[in-house]
Design a protein around this ligand. Structure first.
Ligand SMILES: [Zn+2]
Length: 145
């Protein structure tokens, strides 16, 4: 990533040696439960009292579990392009972990293009440009190629 491109939220994704983004999750040492966004403590499994979670890379692919389309600009202070363009939001069940991760769907893909059960893959997209001119990027989903 160049100096003019930074994640909108630190620590949610990283890029591997070939430039492919992947999500960073956390996995419980005790029961193996995964969680995203990553955290260091407090296993999400109600039947586990594990309190130590390790950061792990998550699957780059998964199946589309649910989706919606946002047709209205969010209220301030949430950044939004002007003019507002509708966008789709996908809930994707990760291939290996079974974890469901929400994300925006890349520009140009709307609800009409999506179907539950489709294979999706992780990418990134610009979210907004901050006051210093830095393009802030987020993880996003696209239909797998
Ligand atoms: Zn656990």
């Amino acid at each position: 990533m160049s100096a003019s491109t930074q994640p909108a939220v630190d620590g949610w994704f990283a890029t591997d040696g070939s430039g492919q983004p992947y999500l960073i999750g956390a996995k419980c040492h005790h029961c193996g439960t995964y969680v995203f966004p990553p955290r260091a403590n407090n296993c999400p499994n109600p039947g586990c009292d594990g309190d130590e979670l390790a950061q792990v890379p998550l699957s780059r692919r998964g199946t589309l579990w649910s989706y919606t389309e946002n047709r209205y600009a969010p209220p301030p202070p949430y950044p939004s392009p002007d003019p507002f363009e509708p966008f789709a939001v996908a809930a994707v069940e990760l291939a290996d972990e079974g974890l469901i991760v929400l994300g925006k769907v890349v520009e140009g893909t709307l609800a009409a293009d999506l179907k539950v059960g489709m294979e999706m893959e992780l990418t990134t997209m610009p979210l907004y440009v901050d006051d210093d001119g830095v393009e802030r990027i987020v993880h996003a989903w696209r239909i797998a190629r």
